[in-house]
Write a protein that binds this ligand. Structure first.
Ligand code: DAH
Length: 341
């Protein structure tokens, strides 16, 4: 039995040393030391020994078991070390390999123009508002003094959702004037950029969806001089110092008096060229003094308060700012085009 014990010890120690990983080592533990293992099987035959031999063999068996357990533990530690080394090797980063540069996009030119406009107005104390694109005719028309029968309410111009023409895709950002008057304390200074919708065919200067920026000021003692002064400042900041403007009389239902503002053509300096269609001037925005009726409908006393407002097309502003010839380029989102800005 002594020889058998020594043989098991020898074989087990050799097997442990050869184990390649933790799972293999555990299988060997079961094979030699488990309940049905070789050492246990041998010990079951102790009964056959003489009473003198038994304690000697028992002691030897215990020593063998202790040796094997110690060997198992130390091999397990070694294997763990080896596995860690391997993982460190596998997961090592080669920092000498050149990285893959992420392809960064950039801000769309129209939003660059919008950011510039926002910055200019924020620096003058305006708040930027956001509003719904699905709008009530009450805000888009009624409370802007565009009564039933006004041409802009026509089904051929506006996208309605219902037979009664009460719910629609807003055709202008001007309803934000009404929403501001309803929700804000006086005095008010706001701009409201966003999408607007009209039943227009797509061409170089038209799209059924485009963007406007609405602006409005209401305070005591506000006059047309404030309108002109503010808008002239904005234009100089957008298009450069000394950019000439002119104000022409116009009509909008929600302003009185109303005007359109033109900038002198940047291409020809006012002489007349294809860009300005020979006019020397390019139309930029609509504006005017807020109609007393509009103020009254929002519960503001026109005897105490006055205000001015404007609406500017964002695509056109960006086209002029970046000298883009065709409106469709703004919406097509061809990266080769957008990368230039
Ligand atoms: N809403 C007008 C349009 O879409 C633009 C406009 C004109 C806005 C005059 C205004 C304004 O606030 O005062 O054509």
């Amino acid at each position: 039995m002594k020889e058998q014990l020594e043989a098991i010890r020898k074989q087990a120690l050799a097997d442990f040393a050869a184990a390649g990983d933790a799972a293999g080592l555990d299988a060997l533990r079961v094979k030699y030391l488990g309940k049905k293992g070789e050492l246990t099987a041998l010990l079951k035959q102790m009964g056959k020994l003489s009473p003198e031999e038994r304690p000697v063999m028992g002691q030897l068996a215990n020593t063998v078991r202790a040796d094997l357990e110690a060997a198992l533990e130390s091999r397990a530690g070694e294997l763990e070390e080896i596995a860690l080394e391997q993982r460190l090797k596998d997961e090592a980063l080669d920092i000498t390999i050149p990285g893959k540069a992420p392809k960064l996009g950039r801000r769309h030119p129209m939003y660059q123009a919008l950011d510039e406009i926002k910055d200019i107005f924020i620096s003058m104390g305006f708040t930027v508002l956001d509003g719904p694109e699905v709008e009530l005719a009450e805000y888009n028309f009624d409370r802007l003094n565009a009564d039933e029968g006004h041409p802009s309410r026509d089904w051929s111009d506006t996208f309605y959702f219902d037979e009664d023409s009460r719910v629609m895709l807003r055709s202008q950002t001007s309803p934000m004037q009404v929403r501001a008057m309803d929700s804000m304390e006086l005095p008010i200074r706001i701009i409201a950029p966003g999408r607007v919708y009209r039943k227009d065919e797509v061409d170089a200067t038209h799209s059924p969806m485009f963007h406007q920026v609405e602006g409005m000021v209401i305070d005591k003692g506000v006059t047309m001089a404030d309108l002109k002064g503010t808008l002239n400042t904005v234009v100089e900041k957008l298009y450069g110092k000394g950019t000439k403007t002119r104000f022409r009389p116009h009509h909008f239902p929600f302003t009185e008096p109303s005007c359109e503002m033109d900038v002198q053509c940047h291409k020809c300096g006012g002489v007349g060229c294809p860009t300005c269609k020979g006019e020397g001037w390019i139309e930029l925005l609509g504006a005017g003094m807020i109609h007393p009726k509009v103020l009254k409908m929002s519960g503001i006393d026109p005897e105490v308060y006055s205000g001015w407002a404007f609406g500017i097309g964002l695509e056109r502003t960006a086209m002029r700012r970046f000298k883009i010839a065709d409106l469709r380029l703004i919406f097509e989102n061809d990266v080769r085009f957008l990368e230039q800005f």
